[in-house]
Design a protein around this ligand. Structure first.
Ligand code: TNX
Length: 508
């Protein structure tokens, strides 16, 4: 029986080598009721294709008592003090497997750990002949941070709803709970807005390199959001303003100070576009946009970008941000902005900052990020030199960008500490961690997989697992667990970057 290796590392894990493993068999059942039953259905959806077993999801109160081959999902709000809103307990042994949590989200994370206890072939989508054993273990686990994010830029290259759902299926494996969608940029506008058809007309007509672009319909966006929510992922829509707006400026002439529509843009430069921040048309436009995006998005957040607005008059930028965050708040959402927006000292209350400078803050980034905390907000940390998924891994990486102190190895992505970046900003002001995938060089789902994995596994461990001891994270321990993940990536059909060639060995 292989040792217990889970990513992200659980808070407390005891493998019991002397105990009989849990074994899933033809007659196994999933026992769950109420809200636990929908998590049970998701678990059944993972286990049925490879085992070929029926695995009925049954209500334990009107079924035979749990047997040695059954998996029980137990929801008990009384566990909240111990397990928190997202924690869980998992016991796997010869007399059965039991997953316990105070919330359905906690049960869902227990499921993500349980699937890693089975042989990698459990992830295949066709029937395999395997002994479906999970080693005997007791796990008690809860996350360090409540924000464990991944960002997908669907503006530079458009990714259709199936590709986004596929990405969701992949990121939940590592207990990610936020999907930030970068929906608008110079190269394309991807979300429909009532009364503004040209945003998803001219504005969506292209992408980097001149491909066809595209956009979601309202139904498709709603479907992505619902698919994410069923998997305990909050979708955070980003409408990047006042810079990164060429697509909008190409769609509506009156957004430009000279009343002339811009040409659609298919290059990869940043920082050249800006809304005309003082015009009535701009504020009418933003009111319609934020109203519509807020109405289409059930989650509490709306990201307004605010990065790299190099052609916005610097003296007008802080006032723009103050007004834009207030407008988002008026439409009922919590504003989020990249750290440059900390130039405003008049942010809407509770505005969240997203830090994207380096682990060693560059220029005045530390001051700008800290401004959010001084104004009562919190921070999401996405240090570009370790957490940007679009940076190359090494000199041989066929896609990706090379700035941000790159290349960024898997080890670089793993060995950093969120609490050590900004002086005075510790866990109470840090909402969490997010890994952005910008897609200037990323055109296909396979490209997404290659740059995202395995680095997202490293970032997810930083977001989930408890603060490391003073001597730092244990890279050897992580990389051992990661090596054992390659058969799983392969069973899942994820072509992850594999620096040490483990995927072609027989390692299990
Ligand atoms: C910077 S970091 C950007 C993006 C680019 C990315 C490329 C930030 C908030 N903006 O517009 O896509 O670099 O790595």
């Amino acid at each position: 029986m292989s040792p217990v290796r889970i990513i992200p590392q659980p808070t407390d894990l005891h493998a019991i080598a002397s105990e009989t493993p849990f074994t899933l068999v033809e007659s196994s059942r999933i026992l769950a009721t109420g809200a636990a039953a929908s998590v049970g259905d998701l678990l059944a959806g993972i286990l049925r294709p490879s085992t070929g077993y029926r695995l009925p999801v049954q209500d334990p109160t009107d079924s035979d008592p749990a047997g040695a081959a059954d998996i029980t999902l137990h929801l008990d709000p009384a566990d909240a003090p111990d397990l928190g809103a997202e924690g869980y307990r998992l016991v796997s042994a010869g007399d059965g497997a039991t997953l316990t949590a105070a919330t359905p989200a906690g049960l869902f994370y227990a499921v993500q750990s349980l699937r890693q206890l089975f042989p990698a072939a459990i992830e295949r989508r066709s029937v395999q002949s395997e002994a479906w054993q999970a080693p005997a273990a007791v796990i008690t686990d809860r996350p360090r941070f409540t924000w464990r994010g991944a960002m997908l830029d669907v503006a530079r290259h458009f990714f259709d709803p199936d590709a986004v759902k596929h990405f969701i299926d992949e990121i939940v494996l590592f207990k990610i709970n936020v999907l930030h969608l970068h929906l608008t940029d110079d190269q394309g506008w991807r979300i429909p807005i009532t009364g503004r058809p040209e945003l998803t007309g001219i504005g969506a007509s292209t992408e980097v390199g001149g491909g066809p672009g595209g956009s979601y319909t309202e139904e498709e966006y709603a479907d992505i959001v619902a698919y994410a929510a069923e998997r305990f992922i909050t979708v955070v829509p980003e409408i990047d303003v006042p810079g990164h707006t060429n697509a909008a400026l190409s769609a509506y002439a009156d957004l430009n100070a000279d009343d002339t529509a811009r040409e659609p843009y298919t290059g990869i430069d940043v920082g050249f576009s800006s809304l005309d921040v003082d015009s009535a048309s701009t504020w009418q436009f933003l009111d319609e946009i934020f109203r519509s995006v807020a109405a289409q998005t059930p989650g509490p957040y709306l990201h307004i970008g605010g990065d790299e607005s190099h052609t916005t008059p610097p003296e007008q930028f802080p006032g723009f941000i103050a007004r834009a965050t207030a407008l988002v708040a008026r439409h009922g959402k919590i504003p989020i902005a990249w750290h440059e927006a900390g130039r405003s000292r008049d942010l809407a209350p509770g505005t969240i900052g997203q830090y994207w400078s380096f682990v060693e803050p560059q220029e005045n980034a530390a001051e700008l990020a800290t401004s959010f905390v001084e104004q009562g907000g919190s921070l999401i940390l996405s240090p570009a030199d370790v957490a940007y998924l679009d940076i190359t891994y090494d000199e041989s990486t066929p896609i990706g960008q090379a700035w941000a102190g790159g290349p960024t190895s898997v080890r670089d992505a793993y060995e950093w500490e969120p609490g050590a970046i900004l002086a005075g900003v510790t866990d109470d002001a840090i909402l969490g961690v997010e890994a952005p995938l910008w897609t200037e060089t990323v055109a296909t789902p396979a490209d997404i997989d290659f740059l995202t994995f395995p680095r997202l596994a490293a970032i997810a461990e930083i977001a989930w697992s408890v603060a490391p001891p003073a001597q730092g994270r244990d890279w050897e321990h992580f990389s051992g667990r990661l090596d054992s993940w390659y058969p799983r990536f392969s069973a899942l059909g994820i072509s992850a970057f594999d620096p040490s060639g483990v995927s072609s060995s027989t390692l299990e």
